[in-house]
Design a protein around this ligand. Structure first.
Ligand code: ADP
Ligand code: MG
Length: 288
């Protein structure tokens, strides 16, 4: 039989958009000191719009850059893919073969006889021309998320995208500060894009340009000082979600993230995390 308090907690949680997959993870709620959060799709809508496209190679137009990028993104569920595919909607998208996706880095595939990649600026080949590197750095200074299209090691273009902050994100960060829980942003996006969102929300600890393995290492580092909640939505967040004391997945996120988590935000609302903390504390005091 399920003890009454467990059944009540699960029921109340469900009414508040929370799916509790591992109740034991709620045990350390009173010791929670840090909430580590992904940016894209967690603090932001994950609804990217292409803002700028720059062609870098001779004979390439910005439409060509978009067409090839869209080819590589076909079938990808990453929020950047959705934005790029929308922008290329009216263009002639070439055929792609042998597509791969690398979490936290980007996508690649064969178009004709050549290997193309669309990747984050941190994943660029070392021998890249310094003038091109400067152009890419400049693209990130606007706070946009940037992906670079390459043919083998030759940069062909830069795509800048932007994403809106979720309407309930600010109130959520404020509620963490009030509870003396430190919010920390962990993102695979560039430093400027990360700082733009962090500054708007009052998050003072920010780590950008992270690979999935860096996220899990940072969870461990913070765990040395107290219990850690991790909130995320992507494949890139899954190892960190599993490592955290309390892993919380965004319902609209990937299945991989949901499977790695202890609690799912069914309606993808950050405000429901505040309710989760309250319910878990009440359950500990045997109030529900
Ligand atoms: P976040 O931690 O903010 O959720 P990701 O780890 O998913 O970000 O991605 C980090 C960076 O890698 C992106 O900002 C982008 O530059 C690049 N990237 C990842 N996936 C893709 C993709 N499908 N298409 C293009 N770029 C991608
Ligand atoms: Mg994400």
């Amino acid at each position: 039989a399920i003890p009454l308090v467990v059944a009540r907690l699960t029921g109340l949680a469900a009414q508040n958009g929370l799916l509790i997959q591992n109740r034991a993870a709620l045990e350390r709620v009173n010791e929670l000191r840090y909430v580590l959060m992904d940016k894209t799709g967690t603090l932001t809508e994950g609804n990217f719009k292409v803002q700028t496209v720059n062609a870098l190679a001779e004979g390439w137009t910005s439409d060509d850059v978009l067409r090839y990028a869209a080819a590589l993104e076909q079938g990808s569920s990453h929020p950047l893919a959705t934005g790029i595919l929308k922008a290329a909607h009216d263009l002639d998208v070439p055929m792609v073969m042998h597509q791969t996706a690398t979490a936290g880095e980007g996508v690649s595939g064969m178009i004709g006889d050549d290997h193309y990649r669309l990747v984050s600026p941190t994943t660029l080949p070392a021998n890249i021309n310094s003038q091109v590197r400067d152009l890419i750095t400049t693209a990130t200074t606007t706070g946009e998320t940037v992906s670079v299209l390459l043919k083998h090691d030759e940069p062909l273009g830069i795509i800048g995208l932007s994403d809106a902050i979720k309407p309930d994100a600010q109130a959520f960060i404020e509620s963490l500060h009030q509870q003396n829980i430190t919010p920390v942003m962990l993102t695979g996006d560039n430093e400027k894009a990360a700082q733009r969102v962090a500054a708007a929300l009052g998050i003072h600890e920010v780590r950008a340009d992270l690979k999935p393995a860096d996220k899990i290492e940072l969870v461990k580092t913070y765990q040395a000082n107290g219990a850690v909640m991790m909130i995320g939505d992507g494949v890139n967040d899954s190892p960190a979600l599993a490592q955290a004391d309390l892993g919380v997945a965004i319902g609209a996120g990937t299945d991989v993230a949901i499977n790695a988590s202890d609690v799912v935000l069914v309606d993808s609302k950050l405000a429901d995390v505040t309710t989760l903390l309250e319910l878990a504390r009440q359950a500990k005091r045997k109030m529900i």
